[in-house]
Design a protein. Structure first.
Lengths: 141, 479
């Protein structure tokens, strides 16, 4: 025997406003806050060539001592292009010595993989349960 | 979507149902897809150079191009059959189930809203750069960020036809500018302006790589897949207009596939110009590399043209993103996955105006951060989760309704090979994001997990069950 059609409760205006605000709050808490407070930036590190040292002044200005185009790995053409872009060896060194850090520990990788796989499995299994209900109501009535 | 189906899905207490207007042709579909994505050639793709070097970025461009060819093939088949606003969201509702559909809807909204935020962020910074070059340094980009979002939201509020017609025009100008720049840097006289041999002679650090030309070795090539996505992200946005095109079966596959071809050409030209003119360490973090290349060309005409084209491409992209994000949000409101208040259609302009307005604060807030690579990464991640679902989607679609059981506008060839290739490439790209942006990946997952819990334990009780299935199809096999 076919089941009765599901009748959802009616949601009032206040409930709708609360739901809309909850979505906004979730976006800002989970995504915007980590970004603004630098909790979710790129993993980078500074690698200085041999003979080059780096000093950071109180106002945040970074100075590289001993940096040359050659020890920064730049050939004559690259040097010309850097200069055409308005960079000198010191300002270019700030970019050239920044490298992504691809080192990772396996437990972090496994945790991330478990989160993603678990998330998709939950979605698929739970969706299928809901889907059966949808199909039953659509085609059995 | 038929009027009957739309009426079924709408609130029965609504006195009269107003449909979205069917006014769009293949050119509009092309403009919607390419318009959103073309900005990826003007900014963002170059972060892949930062992650893997110039050659790494080129390999990523090709491999990710394959990923998107699979996306376009699969999406064209399902969307030409499930022609309803919301695109992949509407597909998931019919093939997989409500919770998955809710998540796919969120992927779409977040991918497009973050892309929109990145677009307006770049426009704000370009205004600052342009003002500085004209002798007015220190111009604050924030008012321009806000103004662009507000102006484009107003354009979308007024009507889809006008919004996408504007997109068609400015997308065409932006695309032609890349070709003009390519011609302007004398491609058949190597060494004159572009100097690939010298610029690509990258010396890797021995502790990071022993592969000539690849600063991070093959690991860097894999890592660069993350921003390789940016060359094409959003092409599947063509599907969002499914309910507003005159002939979905013809316009959607045609618009999507010609869009892919356009993007492949633009991506190849862009890489070639920039890799031959800008040092890779600079290119890997530049805000607008094509604009930088135009400055290096020594031509004032190219300099001005590329500034205008970069602003145009970002404007077209943000415009298309507002269109797509609001349609997905509107569709979820109509199905009560979100408050029904969002499902209102403007009585005069027939646009989902409340959804358009609601998403403005998110775009502005992320546009104000000034963090381009991170904002882009949120967009990429949402898109990537959606692509990861696509192979599952098409498998379920073909299993539940085998060929011949329902009318399809387009049947993609070689099934299930595109689905398998897409799945493998998605897993590889998720790993690429983990390399260097692992914390952001987990933050994004946390958002979707929280949203799913909210949907399961609270929101789904407001959703009508059988009414979610709106297509006039036979019962799915196995159910």
């Amino acid at each position: 025997m076919a089941k009765a059609k599901y009748q959802p409760p009616k949601q009032g205006v206040v409930g709708q406003i609360i739901d809309a605000l909850l979505v906004l709050i979730a976006v800002f808490l989970a995504l915007w806050v980590p970004l603004v407070f630098n909790l979710a930036g790129a993993s980078t590190r500074t690698i200085l060539p041999a003979g080059v040292t780096q000093e950071t002044a109180a106002d945040g200005t970074v100075t590289f001592t001993g940096a040359t185009w050659e020890n920064l790995g730049q050939n004559a053409t690259m040097q010309k292009q850097w200069e055409a872009l308005g960079y000198d060896v010191n300002s270019a060194a700030a970019l050239i010595t920044q490298w992504f850090d691809y080192s990772f520990n396996w437990s972090m990788l496994l945790l991330t993989a478990a989160v993603i796989i678990g998330y998709f499995l939950f979605l698929l299994v739970y969706s299928d349960k809901e889907y059966k209900e949808v199909i039953a109501e659509k085609f059995d009535r | 979507m038929s009027d009957v189906a739309l009426k079924q899905a709408a609130d029965q207490t609504t006195p009269s149902v107003i449909n979205l207007k069917k006014v769009l042709g293949p050119a509009h579909v092309w403009a919607l897809g390419v318009g959103i994505v073309l900005v990826g050639e003007f900014m963002g793709w170059n972060f892949s150079v930062g992650k893997g070097g110039a050659y790494g970025s080129l390999i990523a461009c090709w491999v990710v191009g394959l990923l998107y060819t699979c996306v376009a093939m699969i999406d064209s088949e399902i969307t030409s059959t499930v022609a309803a606003a919301g695109g992949q969201y509407a597909q998931a509702k019919h093939t997989t189930g409500p919770l998955m559909a809710f998540n796919v809807g969120l992927y779409l909204v977040m991918a497009y809203t973050m892309l929109e935020a990145a677009d307006v962020l770049v426009i704000g910074d370009l205004v600052t750069m342009g003002a500085e070059e004209l002798g007015r340094p220190g111009v604050d980009p924030h008012p321009f960020v806000f103004f662009m979002v507000a102006a484009l939201a107003f354009l979308n509020y007024r009507g889809v036809f006008m919004a996408l017609s504007v997109n068609f025009l400015i997308t065409a100008v932006a695309f032609v500018s890349i070709i003009i720049l390519w011609v302007g840097v004398h491609p058949f006289s190597p060494g004159e302006i572009t100097q690939h041999a010298e610029m690509l002679a990258i010396q890797p650090l021995p502790e990071l790589s022993n592969v000539p030309g690849l600063p991070y070795g093959w690991m860097g090539v894999l890592a660069s897949f993350q921003f390789g996505i940016w060359y094409y992200l959003g092409i599947e946005g063509t599907c969002q207009a499914a309910e507003e095109v005159r002939s979905a079966g013809r316009s959607l596959p045609l618009g999507t596939m010609t869009g892919m071809i356009t993007l492949l050409i633009a991506a190849a030209l862009t890489w070639w110009i920039c890799a031959g003119m800008l040092p890779w360490d600079y290119l890997g973090q530049a805000l607008a590399p094509l604009y930088d290349a135009s400055k290096m060309s020594g031509s004032t005409f190219l300099h001005v043209l590329l500034w205008v084209a970069t602003v145009f491409s970002a404007t077209a992209s943000a415009n298309g993103c507002i269109n797509d994000a609001s349609r997905a949000w509107f569709s979820m409101g109509r199905d009560r996955y979100l408050p029904q208040w969002f499902s209102a259609v403007h009585p005069k302009y027939r646009t989902p105006y409340r959804s358009i307005l609601f998403l403005i604060p998110i775009a502005v807030a992320f546009g104000f951060t000034g963090l381009l690579a991170q904002t882009i990464t949120f967009s990429i991640l949402s898109g990537l989760l959606g692509y990861t679902f696509m192979p599952i989607n098409v498998m379920k679609f073909r299993r539940k309704w085998p060929l011949g059981t329902i009318k399809r506008g387009y049947v993609h060839p070689g099934h299930p090979i595109p689905a398998i290739v897409l799945f493998i490439l998605c897993v590889a790209t998720l790993f690429a994001v983990f390399l260097g942006f692992g914390a952001q990946l987990l933050a994004m997952m946390m958002f979707y997990i929280l949203a799913s819990i909210w949907f399961v334990f609270h929101r789904y009780k407001y959703v009508r069950r059988g009414d979610q299935f709106t297509m006039a199809w036979p019962r799915p096999r196995g159910y």
